[in-house]
Design a protein around this ligand. Sequence first.
Ligand code: ZEM
Length: 308
Amino acid sequence: MAADKNNNKQPTAAQLDEVKEAVRKLLHQPDYDDGSAGPVLVRLAWHSAGTYCAKTNTGGSNGAGMRYEKEGGDPANAGLQHARAFLEPLKAKFPWITYADLWTLAAVVAIKEMGGPEISWKGGRTDFTDDSKVPPRGRLPDGAQGAEHLRFIFYRMGFNDQEIVALSGAHNLGRCHADRSGFQGKWVNNPTRFSNQYYKLLLANDWKKTTLPNGVTQFVYVEEEDDGAAAAEEEGGEKPESLMMLPTDIALLSDPAFRPWVERYAADKDLFFEHFAAVFAKLLELGIKRDASGKVINDENAEDGYRS
Ligand code: ZEM
């Protein structure tokens, strides 16, 4: 009776606007990280979708499998419980929306609100009712690796080299937490503002390999004491935190197919925004089947989230 379920109510544009407004309101979190829930919400959507395997058509943002230990307890998802917790009051307030839709929609709203592009988003995802269809662990990228690993991981989802570089630009946002991934620090100075700064910094700086006290290797760049930093210190401010890159970020510089895209996105913010919007929308749709009208075609076992 999947078809009948599909005919059930879909949220109206006005209902979705209410959710979007509620997401915008919760982004401001003065006591959390850099003051915004935005970056971790973007990572939640990415990790929910980034398990997709094109060959077996498994994984992807449908199902919201991270609610189950099998996926949520994956060390690769450490820290994302914060993102889920930020959204829990919204799920309580708007019970008609599925977790899978809420998690992906929240990222799209956060990116826009942090100054990024408008990303097209379609609803209709369902939530799994048990963990039987949760994808296996080990499908998400490992920041300690290089270009070959990036291709292995992202080609599996159906992305190409240009799309890998465009997606990596999300590292304009947020930071690494030693107690989550082992890596430490932020990629750019303003990690709650979506921009192409990540690519500019990749190219402009001399990144030095360093090993953290926990044994994890990453790349760092300690900023020159420019006027801004000197002024901040005079005002009693702290010295700027050194910026960082993961080994996978640095791999974009040395790879002959990736690097030209780093250069183009560093030089052309509009091009980056356009390509990022397209590739992030594609990411969120991986594994989701729709009919000609855009309505999700549920498989027989999925719970229709829009039944209230
Ligand atoms: Zn990330 N990412 N990511 N990423 N990511 C981290 C943080 C964030 C990789 C990775 O290992 C890590 C994409 C791609 C890749 C975000 C978005 C997207 C962290 C730090 C690591 C280690 C986690 C921590 O310690 O909290 C690797 C290897 C990637 C392969 C290219 C893609 C694609 C993304 C979205 C489109 C975001 C927003 C963050 C910041 C999270 C936060 O909590 O601030």
